[in-house]
Design a protein around this ligand. Structure first.
Ligand code: ZN
Length: 272
């Protein structure tokens, strides 16, 4: 297996990594979580779905992509009332991921992409990408895999809420590993909706996420009973083809020279 064919970062030797750097592959870091997902799904949903999507992107674009081992944990204290959930403080998550992206940049990779599968990690991966751009000479982008599938999913979905252990996530899991989904235990639940706020930050006016132990006994937000493997296939296809397209955009994105508009000298030794 050489660097052009292997898409899994840590399956390469250091000498092959040197080839991958020369190819300027886009390095993908999947981010998930270990967190309750209702009575019908295992705790690995966000990790398994995000990593599965990324590995399929790698299979379809092995000459342009390297997929790092995923981040298995995220910001989850709001789910802590449900057994098994693991929480990582946001500052720790950001620092840990930033150490990874900086290492990748250090070796000479110029393009990095974080593909997130856990909603509560979204503001954190955004900051990781921005901090990487500011601290290195590489470009780093962050996205959620679900963003590339929402349009296709809208054509097949039967329910409106897209949130957690819902029709969307359950469908994709059913497509990828039906033997691990306990559909007989799937049940619908919804968050508390006010005029301007909702307890699972689904309002377009305000960000607010309450302890889930305050508003759900199931740990579900949405309707998993409408999930099917066929819908999951639609989601996977859309997410993967969208991300392959995005990888090509990232690969072609120029790293331009910064132009400094100061008249006098700047204090370039200042560090923030
Ligand atoms: Zn999830």
């Amino acid at each position: 297996m050489n660097a052009r064919e292997e898409y899994r970062y840590n399956r390469l030797t250091w000498a092959e990594l040197d080839e991958a750097i020369a190819l300027q592959k886009v390095v993908i870091l999947p981010t998930g979580s270990t967190e309750q997902h209702g009575r019908h799904l295992p705790l690995d949903v966000d990790l398994f779905l995000a990593e599965s999507v990324c590995l399929e992107v790698g299979r379809r674009a092995p000459d342009r992509v390297l997929v790092l081992p995923p981040i298995a944990y995220g910001l989850n204290m709001h789910h802590i009332d449900f057994p098994g959930t693991i929480h990582i403080e946001p500052e720790v998550f950001i620092a840990f991921c930033l150490n990874i992206t900086k290492s990748v940049a250090y070796h000479g990779f110029e393009k990095i992409l974080l593909v997130n599968g856990h909603g509560s990690n979204a503001p954190l991966v955004d900051l990781v990408a921005r901090k990487t751009v500011l601290a290195t000479q590489s470009l780093c982008f962050a996205c959620g895999y679900f963003a590339f599938a929402t349009e296709a999913f809208a054509k097949v979905k039967e329910t409106e809420v897209m949130a957690h252990a819902d029709e969307f996530e359950t469908s994709l899991y059913l497509h990828l590993a039906p033997e691990r989904v306990q559909m007989d235990k799937a049940a619908e639940d919804n968050d508390r909706m006010g005029k301007y706020a909702s307890s699972d930050s689904t309002s377009r006016y305000a960000r607010f996420n309450d302890y889930w132990g305050r508003w759900t006994k199931l740990g579900v937000h949405g309707d998993p009973t409408k999930a099917t493997a066929a819908k999951g296939k639609v989601i996977l296809e859309a997410a993967v083809s969208g991300l392959v397209d995005f990888v090509d955009e990232i690969k072609a994105w120029p790293i331009e020279k910064r132009s400094d508009q100061h008249r006098g000298p700047v204090q370039s030794q200042v560090r923030w």
